[in-house]
Design a protein around this ligand. Structure first.
Ligand code: BG6
Length: 494
């Protein structure tokens, strides 16, 4: 259904808007989901003209992989003509008055029914100020909908997250707030619920009687790139674990929703996160390891401490591995091993569900062939591959009786993958629809902070021995040891 809405993007000159928002809006436009009745106001401090803004938007579309003929085409030009630039200082009340006038004018011109989406694509320290001014200067309409989309980081710990939430809650109610976690927009992450609850064979095995452990790997091959300013204040725990990994854990461990609706899903996810054990400092130190990348083996890539903008003595971790567990429900006590880091062997996100060994191997006595049974592992490939793999044991094809492992695999083809809407496109589409299924609720964010805060505080009180892993490997030795001590290994080696 075609939508009517005004987007006001704070941070309109920024990287996120350029790389993700403008291309996503364009794809929604191409698909007819946005047509004549939409407009975008981009704001930031720089004094851009509308013409310059249009050029930027067209370049963003071109850089996103659309051929230049197409971006210079009638459709791209027409799309860009819906964009308006307004130079804006977020602390200046007068500027909000000007913004309101422009917003009202565009509302009338494009017949937008008072529907507004405020997208805060900028540093969180401004969120409260912006939300407060949107209310006091009456940008929030009393007809139509008003939705606030915010990007992470949502605070630095529970305390600052709560302050931030209180600030924005003074102007927007929870059901108007859309907290983006772009992993929730990924096809394979959204597919977890379908896999678990759409297949009785999987559903019936999804419990502590059958699952030995769960492994979640979010590996990146790139280093910190140009983001040292932010990363030095964050680190891998805040950057990836507090949000993306804990969201994935909530989808893997939640009880079955009675129906697939935003409210049911959210309630089950909140419960799931509340069931994750919050460690004591001693437990955190036993169950979490950190790392920071050194040069690569050929000395071609710099170590973290010599990247531009980092501290030469930086204590920031670029790698985290940990063991978590849920204390309630069907998976109670099943270890959940997590791992994420920069400059690892390759870019890959995957989830491995490792099933328990068959208790008695009846083939052992059969003869002289290999009758070992491998563990059944169900792998969910999230990226760059999208697909599934199930490792099974079958007869080996020889005379007599031997066993061999096989993999049942499904991978999306390149053509199929190309058709899957990109995460931001999906999430913006959902926000226009008023569908909050794939956005993080405050209670989820809050609980996720409680889980990671203990680990953070523990690390902050002790000096780390960094750097401790070579770029291009799968992290420090301690990450292997974390599993070895439980007599396990990472399913994805390198
Ligand atoms: C972001 C982090 O949330 O996720 C980045 O801030 C990280 O540091 C990125 O690189 C990874 O996302 P993706 O979609 O490339 O796996």
């Amino acid at each position: 259904m075609t939508q009517q809405a005004l987007f006001i993007i704070f941070g309109g000159t920024g990287d996120l808007a350029y790389r993700k928002l403008y291309p996503s809006l364009f794809r929604l436009y191409e698909k007819g989901y946005l047509k004549d009745n939409f407009a975008v106001i981009g704001t930031a401090r720089r004094p851009w003209t509308n013409d310059h803004y249009h050029e930027v938007v067209m370049n963003a579309i071109a850089d996103d992989g659309h051929e230049s003929e197409r971006t210079n085409s009638e459709i791209a030009r027409k799309f860009a003509s819906h964009f308006y630039y307004q130079s804006h200082n977020v602390n200046d009340t007068e500027h909000y008055v000007a913004l309101r006038k422009l917003a009202d004018k565009l509302d009338e011109k494009y017949d937008l029914n008072g529907n507004r989406i405020y997208y805060l694509a900028m540093a969180p320290r401004f969120f409260g100020t912006i939300a407060g001014h949107l209310k006091s200067e009456k940008l929030i309409t009393d007809h139509g909908y008003n939705r606030l989309i915010i990007e992470k980081p949502f605070g630095r710990d529970f305390k600052t997250a709560k302050e931030l939430n209180d600030d924005i809650s003074s102007a927007f109610s929870e059901d108007q707030i859309y907290r983006i976690d772009h992993y929730l927009g990924k096809e394979a992450v959204q597919s977890i619920a379908a896999l678990r609850f759409g297949n009785s064979i999987i559903e019936s095995l999804w419990n502590k009687e059958h699952i030995d452990n769960i492994q979640i790997t979010l590996a990146e091959s790139l280093g910190v790139e140009e983001r040292a300013g932010y990363y030095e204040t964050a680190g891998a725990l805040r950057d990836m674990v507090q949000n993306h990994i804990l969201q994935i854990i909530s989808l893997l461990t939640m009880q079955k929703p009675s129906e697939y609706t935003a409210k049911e899903l959210r309630d089950r996810k909140v419960e799931a996160l509340e069931n994750i054990k919050v460690y004591s400092p001693e437990e955190a130190s036993k169950n979490f390891v950190r790392g920071q990348y050194d040069e690569d083996a050929d000395h071609e890539q710099s170590d973290y401490r010599h990247e531009e903008g980092t501290d030469e003595q930086s204590q920031i971790e670029t790698f985290v591995a940990g063991k978590l567990e849920t204390t309630n429900g069907d998976l109670s006590g099943v270890p959940i091993y997590i791992r994420t880091g920069k400059r690892l062997a390759r870019k890959l996100t995957q989830i491995n569900i490792v099933f328990k060994d068959t208790t008695d191997n009846i083939f052992k006595a059969v003869g002289d062939q290999d009758t070992n049974l491998v563990q059944n592992v169900l792998t969910l490939y999230v990226e760059p591959d999208q697909g599934y793999q199930l490792d099974l044991n079958v007869k080996n094809g020889n005379q007599g009786y031997g066993i061999m492992p096989i993999h049942l695999e499904y991978h999306k083809t390149a053509a199929e993958k190309a058709k899957v809407p990109e995460a931001y496109e999906k999430l913006i589409h959902d926000a226009l629809d008023g569908n909050r299924t794939n956005f993080a609720h405050w209670h989820e964010v809050a609980q996720a902070w409680r889980i990671v805060d203990v680990v953070r505080q523990n690390w902050d009180s002790q000096k780390a021995d960094f750097p401790n892993y070579i770029s291009g490997t799968m992290g420090p030795k301690a990450s292997q040891e974390l599993l070895a001590r439980d007599h396990r290994t990472w399913i994805f080696g390198a």
